[in-house]
Design a protein around this ligand. Structure first.
Ligand SMILES: C[S@@+](CC[C@H](N)C(=O)[O-])C[C@H]1O[C@@H](n2cnc3c(N)ncnc32)[C@H](O)[C@@H]1O
Length: 239
């Protein structure tokens, strides 16, 4: 996957069925003005900066140096004081135990495995909330079937089941566990290519080497464009 200095990008895809959930709204419902918050896998920090207006202090961490550089530039330009961005690996954070009132991740690595999950819990205060928007197993399933590879493909367990297993393993109280499915229309094969180049949906995507699959995507192109499924999962657990 190619890396860019900014994670956020415009795919140009339009929602044509279902509703796109807005994770920011879920976050600010669960964050109070005096909270200290951690954004795990913050990318280039756009959401971190948005959330900073609703809490006392927020730290955004990401393992990718260029994202943190961009996030720091934005922070400086917008003159925001209660945000700190740090280059860190989510598996080994530098913070003391029980530092944060809320630890959240927007499609970051928290529920990827027990190592990330345990470390996120370590830095969360007792009674604190761990919140994540993650990617469901049927996300862009149409493309994964064409490429015969991709993130969580083929899947053997539903993402919500693997998250529930983590709740059980770490004896956490489930506050929320909800799937969302909606469909987006990409106007052209090039719009799909731009998305594949900037995301891990199809591992090692290469426009030239994968040309045979791109031709199949072209065949999906109808008057209405290329319609692809998006699958997200929101969950909240209390420590
Ligand atoms: C899908 S992006 C989401 C970025 C941002 N949270 C957003 O919603 O725009 C996932 C992010 O997780 C970060 N990430 C992946 N593995 C990580 C790790 N081991 N430690 C810290 N960050 C990680 C990636 O660098 C990337 O910025």
């Amino acid at each position: 996957m190619k890396q860019f200095s900014r994670y956020k990008f415009k795919s140009g895809a339009k929602v044509v069925a279902g509703n796109k959930p807005v994770f920011f709204k879920l976050l600010i419902k669960n964050i109070k003005k005096d909270f200290v918050v951690l954004d795990l896998g913050c990318g280039s920090g756009e959401l971190t900066i948005q959330v900073s207006r609703y809490c006392k202090k927020i730290i955004g961490v990401d393992c990718f140096v260029d994202y943190i550089k961009t996030a720091n530039k934005d922070k400086k330009n917008q003159n925001i004081e209660n945000v700190l961005f740090k280059i860190q690996d989510g598996r080994k954070l530098s913070f003391k135990d029980e530092t944060f009132d809320v630890v959240y991740s927007s499609r970051g690595p928290v529920s990827a495995n027990s190592f990330f999950f345990k470390e996120a819990l370590r830095v969360l205060k007792k009674n604190g909330l761990l919140i994540e928007e993650t990617i469901g197993e049927t996300d862009k399933i149409e493309l994964k079937k064409i490429f015969n590879r991709g993130q969580n493909f083929p899947y053997f367990i539903k993402k919500r089941e693997s998250v529930q297993k983590l709740f059980d393993k770490f004896k956490l109280q489930k506050v929320l566990l909800e799937d969302f499915v909606y469909y987006q229309r990409f106007s052209s094969t090039n719009a799909v290519i731009r998305t594949l180049e900037r995301t891990p949906i199809i591992a090692d995507f290469d426009k030239k080497q994968d040309a045979q699959y791109l031709r199949k995507i072209e065949l999906m192109h109808q008057k209405r464009g290329i319609i692809l499924r998006t699958h997200r999962l929101w969950w909240i657990a209390k420590k």
